[in-house]
Ligand binder design. Structure first.
Ligand SMILES: [Zn+2]
Length: 378
């Protein structure tokens, strides 16, 4: 198995005292003016190579804009990359940078220090700022399996943020030995083609409780109830986020163990997928499925599990045993019974098997196995 490089960015709020704030602002303006100068030179002289550009602009960047040797290189790199991007997208004019554009930092111009502090190069020596980290950011930033790379310092109004890039070698997806189909959202949040349910009774119960509470508050319609509603939606969002994290983690672990690919429906169409009774419709729209899909894709990529998105049409109406398709096959929200062959199944599981079958067609797999899987689904 060969590895591929995966990267991610962790953005952290940065607290800077007022004297250092002025220093950083001055540095920011000089850095971006220097980058604009480098870009103009690269553009006018049609230079694409960073080394060539370096020899042409280095002296002037330092003398004119007062940047130290290393920040001068960062400004040159920022300019060279912007020019290359502009050329490859056939832009007609040379890129330029605003005074309040970002400052590019590399391993020589910034350093993470103990106690969430960070030291940054400026025009006049280094300043030390304090990173303001939440739990997630702390967990990401100090995860030693990820290598710390460069960073961008940006300012939004009066607030500074440091966006740190991290990278890690992750396994490239292997050719899978099978497909685990996952049905999202009708009765349970996630059900797989083996018949396992991933949301669990507890999550479903809380999901229901939030819905009832929201309806009650909406019916009241006073100022207080509206405030409560907003508070509730924050709580509910956090609950959904955490549940999605748990569900996606378990699904990906199961697929990885079985060397399987994961198959999901194309969620952009999930609301139109089936005609559902009004009482069931909220189950679709009131869960963060987009987030769940992102969670699954992200976690799958990290362990080399392939994710396939399939056409969602009729996955819940079609019999996974004989292929007969009729909406009356679905007796109730949870019960599937084929009118043609009499096959009986939990509706979500039947749908998950259909989803897995659709993915099989699109995947490169050992041909014998593929034949076997198709035969099994006939
Ligand atoms: Zn059938």
């Amino acid at each position: 198995m060969s590895d591929v490089l995966s990267t991610r960015t962790v953005c952290c709020k940065l607290r800077i005292d007022s004297a250092d704030d002025a220093t950083l602002r001055t540095t920011q303006a000089a850095f971006n003016a220097a980058a604009t100068y480098c870009a103009t030179v690269a553009w006018d002289q049609a230079i694409t190579n960073k080394n060539t550009l370096h020899h042409v602009v280095y002296g002037a960047t330092r003398a004119q804009f007062g940047l130290g040797a290393q920040l001068a290189c960062c400004a040159r790199d920022k300019a060279a990359e912007a020019v290359r991007a502009a050329r490859s997208s056939h832009r007609a004019s040379c890129p330029s940078f605003q005074d309040d554009g970002s400052i590019r930092y590399d391993a020589r111009t910034y350093r993470l220090m103990p106690l969430d502090r960070v030291s940054l190069n400026t025009l006049t020596g280094r300043v030390v700022g304090q990173l303001d980290l939440g739990d997630f950011q702390r967990q990401y930033l100090y995860d030693l399996t990820w290598k710390i790379g460069g960073a961008e310092l940006i300012r939004r109004g009066h607030v500074w943020y440091l966006c740190v890039t991290q990278s890690k070698q992750v396994p490239a997806p292997d050719e899978p030995l099978g497909v685990l189909g996952v049905d999202l959202g009708i009765v349970s949040i996630a059900t797989d083609s083996d018949g396992e349910t991933f949301s669990g009774a507890e999550v479903e119960m809380v999901r229901e409780r939030y819905h009832v509470r929201r309806q009650r508050l909406q019916a009241v319609g006073t100022k207080t109830s509206k405030r409560r509603l907003r508070k509730l939606s924050g709580k509910e969002r956090r609950f959904q986020k955490n549940s999605n994290h748990v569900i996606s983690k378990r699904l990906v672990a199961k697929a990885a163990e079985g060397c399987k690919a994961l198959a999901l429906e194309d969620l952009t169409q999930i609301r139109q997928r089936v005609t559902v009774r009004h009482s069931q419709r909220r189950r679709h729209s009131n869960w963060a499925f987009r987030q769940l899909r992102t969670d699954i894709s992200y976690k799958a990529a990290l362990v080399g599990v392939r994710v396939v998105f399939v056409d969602p049409r009729n996955t819940s109406r079609m019999c996974s045993a004989c292929g007969f398709c009729d909406k009356r096959n679905r007796k109730t929200q949870s019960h599937f019974e084929c009118l043609s062959c009499g096959f009986v199944a939990v509706a979500d599981v039947n749908a998950a098997v259909n989803i897995a079958d659709r993915a099989v067609v699109n995947l490169p797999m050992a041909s014998a196995l593929r034949g076997q899987m198709q035969a099994a689904s006939l």
